[in-house]
Design a protein around this ligand. Sequence first.
Ligand code: HPA
Length: 270
Amino acid sequence: MWNKVQETVSFLKEKGISIPDFGIVLGTGLGNLVDTIDVKISIPYEEIPNFPISTVKGHQGELIFGVLGGKNVLAMRGRFHYYEGYTIQQVVFPIRVMKFIGIERLILSNASGGVNSSFKVGDIMLIDDHINMIPEHPLRGFNDERFGPRFVDLHEPYDLKMISLMEKTALHLNISLQKGTYLALQGPTFETPAEYRMVRNIGADAVGMSTVPEVIVAKHMSMKCLGLSVITDLGVEGLVEEVSHEEVQQVAKIAEKTVGKLVEQFIETF
Ligand code: HPA
């Protein structure tokens, strides 16, 4: 794994990617957030050594280096999900690459189902904690100390300073934000009414199929994380309705511009 990461990092550096200030992961329906980035270099995943290839509709696969809010960013347009059949090591591989290209701060976005009854479709939730229920843990097995320690502290999975700055940014832009706990399940099925109930009873506010493995590995490598989740549907008691991937993409697309403004302004003021 170490050698593969170094090989990929060397490749990207040769392509002209210098130390970015932020890494950004663009989730379902949020890929066009890159429209706000002044793109300098874009590389399709299939051209990057050791990168898996994205297979899901609506998940474009390219790595984008450019300027956003006056700072250098490296953005993943499309991520790898466990449900696509990748191993969890493949899912988190790009995060390891981001660390060794010099990134210390990550901004992750996703689409999720809201289980908090005060949430509405289209809300944006600042993730302040998570529950990992994806069945394969990215840190299981041999621990390479060059990445990080065997036992990883997760008392602050999402950086409190970044959360606070994002809250101020939202206030400044007059955008309202929800805040809560994101629970990751493997998918690819959306939840049954009983499963949404379980997610709520366990203590989460939203449920999705990504982000958490990436944050775990980022924390393993002492990176700081900020998570934004677009609530694309509701799994609230008595209100569980049919959900489709198209609908999830559609709602995310509407929220995309707002998320873009938030991220740009956040990076600018950071
Ligand atoms: N459940 C799981 N993942 C999701 C959902 C959901 O309701 N909406 C968007 N991603």
